[in-house]
Design a protein around this ligand. Sequence first.
Ligand code: GLC
Length: 600
Amino acid sequence: MKTRILLFIIITALLTLNCSKQNTQTSASNNPSIDQKVETILSQMTLQEKAGQMTQVDRSAIQNIEDIKNYYLGSLLSGGGSAPNDNSPAGWADMYDNFQSEALKTRLKIPLIYGIDAIHGNNNVKGAVIFPHNIGMGCTWDPALVKKAAQVTAEEVAGTGINWTFSPCIAVARDIRWGRTYESFGETPEIQQMMAQAEVEGYQGTDLAASGSILACAKHFLGDGGTTGGIDQGNTQCDEATLRAIHLPGYISAIKSGVGSIMVSYSSWNGLKMSTNKYLLTDVLKNELGFKGFLVSDWGALYQLPGDFKTQIASAVNAGIDMVMVPTDYKGFISALISDVNSGAISMDRINNAVKRILTIKMEMGLFEHPFSNRSFTAQVGSSSHREIARECVRESLVLLRNDNNILPLKKNLSKIFVAGKNADDIGNQCGGWTISWQGSSGNTTTGTTILQAIKNAVSSSTQVTYSEDGNGASGSDAAVVVIGEIPYAEGKGDRTDLSISNEDYQTLLNVKKANIPTVVILISGRPMILDKILNLSDAIIAAWLPGTEGEGISDVIFGDYKPTGKLTHSWPRSMSQVPINYGDQNYDPLFPFKFGLTY
Ligand code: GLC
């Protein structure tokens, strides 16, 4: 393990050197005319206008739409599930344009930037294509495909008027008890670097001002996936060499790819809240690594800091946070921020640097020239061509863990196939958290193809497909497909101490076992689970992660139209006593190792 860390440190150091060398050669923007324009606007701005630019508010908290103008608000967001009443692509674009119209009534007409968690497609929007969550995208080991998926997501976001996604999450999830494991690509910096670059380039394109490009946001800086016990928003305890070796390389990649924003983690490093860590936010990220974009805090993160509101704001802004995701009490925030400047708790230089970073990105996005939604992508949201790309992602994300007697692939012309399990016919469960609502939910929550529907679509006309959720009724069938695993959750609500297969799922498999037929288990989950109870109840096991709306990607592989190619980006533990378990550990003895995956 020590040599591995040493190797990572050397690589990181070389990358850092290269990155900072590259970045010291550029000013705030790579475009001198943008620099000049920003300086000109900055020189005209009042403190109230500057404070407004540093303020981000959830759309649901806007008490009076004129507040956008009256408080010079620089940014709005939709937190998970914060959707307009008309949750259609056009409804979103109308909402965005209304908000933007208010912003442009201000004296300097500085346009809004609007952020959303489009983390596996434009997942708040009904009818948008929902891609596999990052844990599945990581298992494709296919950065070109991940980039293509990000490009499609960018178009489906732009089609709703929104211009900024709080993605990619480049957490390096080191403990699968963490509820956000599925938002990470995997447990090593290698996979993080690969996918951070792919997604930033996919979202931002080669021209941030292009109509199909949106601003990316690498998150959550730094060490969000390394907390002790996998506790969400917890404490990452390690020395700096380890923190840099494991958690920093993805950010170096993202910066080299030109990421325009970075979100600061709720978590702490050795007991210090990241939102107040000036060394990491300013000395390392901005100065050493040369990050030229802007730093945004996480949702209400400042309230977790020590001291009163003014103290919380001063410590976060002085540490290097440029924009604050308040996200509701914007009047209180702006008043306290201005008070901090007037008292000298925050210098005007710090304010100017924050606003300069924000305005530079807004200019590089072309927002001053094109502030309103571009409806040319609106009809593309949820299109069949986009769904085909998501279906390809599903196929490549699947990891075949077991295939006794090569029972897979199944024949499409079997006379009778039995399908069972709580996740077989539930689009909400196969999409997981961050889908339509923040936590996601079971049921028919959006447009897509369930695994049961996909199986019915795939088989021959003479094949009978039967289904029962509890697994009763399997006898007489030629094979069974049992879809089990987790139900939706997000963030800390997904923190677990026990990742065993549920008793409900175990009972379902016992019921199927009575029929004594070849049994394929499809695991729908946000992370590896403890399989010991079901290993002797299944002939084949596929880790399908949280595949999203395109269930036919799974039937493509079950019936052999495509071979499984996915490889694990997480070590798969034999029992909870092994957790956390990561590639490179001493006495490494998982059930399935990092990069494991069978094929036909
Ligand atoms: C959440 C998450 C962050 C997300 C933000 C806005 O709490 O931590 O990943 O981007 O708030 O929804």
